[in-house]
Design a protein around this ligand. Structure first.
Ligand SMILES: C[S@@+](CC[C@H](N)C(=O)[O-])C[C@H]1O[C@@H](n2cnc3c(N)ncnc32)[C@H](O)[C@@H]1O
Length: 214
């Protein structure tokens, strides 16, 4: 059976089921809407929260912080865990720090203002979950492949590896631009990687979810 088409009515139905957000997340959603900040939005945010919680992940790595929206969902799912997250945009990184503080995660979240690939090459530490939310920013499929390997190297056996925009609005079928080529390459790499078992969930623009084998 095909994935059901999400009509406006069905979307409204789903919107009625999504958990109510607190003041911090609600404000961030409004700001994202007004300023065009690319966030995962509440359906995917609550999925990230649940996946982290179900996996029992405590040490979370994120590539692409923006203003900290997805980070707050994952930190809540971790129940006392930590987040190490990369963001190159100074203004967004500063806003993320303020938002993490307001959400009670001032000490739990470390926002690194650095190109994620450069940072990962030298990052020490092990993680239980990783969320990649900047696949479309890489300059080539080769860099995409390298970033995937760097993430896997830093993940424990049994860890969760997630990546956003796995469908790239359908462009992955016949990728024409570099962004779509990166995502298509990532999906293939995850599907064939000997250390991963994964699936693409067609939520919003697609969430790739994989588990690192023990
Ligand atoms: C889609 S947004 C992240 C949204 C965030 N995960 C959320 O849902 O709240 C991607 C972010 O990655 C940042 N970015 C892009 N390329 C980057 C890179 N190579 N290293 C670190 N950050 C990068 C962008 O500035 C942007 O804020």
């Amino acid at each position: 059976m095909r994935t059901v088409e999400v009509t406006d009515d069905l979307q409204a139905y789903l919107d009625g089921l999504v958990p109510t957000r607190d003041a911090v997340l609600a404000r961030m959603e409004e700001e994202a809407d007004r300023e065009g900040i690319p966030i995962v939005e509440p359906h995917e945010g609550s999925l990230l929260y649940l996946l982290v919680k179900i996996a029992g992940a405590k040490r979370i790595l994120e590539l692409g912080t923006a203003t900290g929206y997805s980070g707050i969902w994952m930190l809540r799912g971790s129940g006392g865990g930590t987040l190490t997250t990369y963001e190159t945009d100074h203004d967004r990184a500063q806003r993320a720090r303020a938002n993490f503080g307001e959400a009670g995660f001032g000490k739990a979240a470390i926002v690194l203002e650095e190109n994620a690939k450069d940072g990962l090459e030298k990052l020490e530490g092990r993680f239980d979950a990783c969320f990649i939310d900047l696949l479309n920013s890489f300059k080539s499929e080769e860099i995409t492949r390298r970033v995937l390997e760097l993430c896997i190297e830093r993940l424990e056996g049994g860890a969760l590896l997630m990546a956003d925009n796995a469908l790239r609005q359908g462009e992955v079928i016949a990728p024409k631009n570099q962004q779509a080529k990166n995502v298509a390459a990532y999906n293939q790499l995850v599907a064939k990687h000997p250390r991963l078992e994964g699936v693409v969930i067609p939520i919003r623009d697609g969430l790739s979810v994989a588990r690192v084998k023990d």
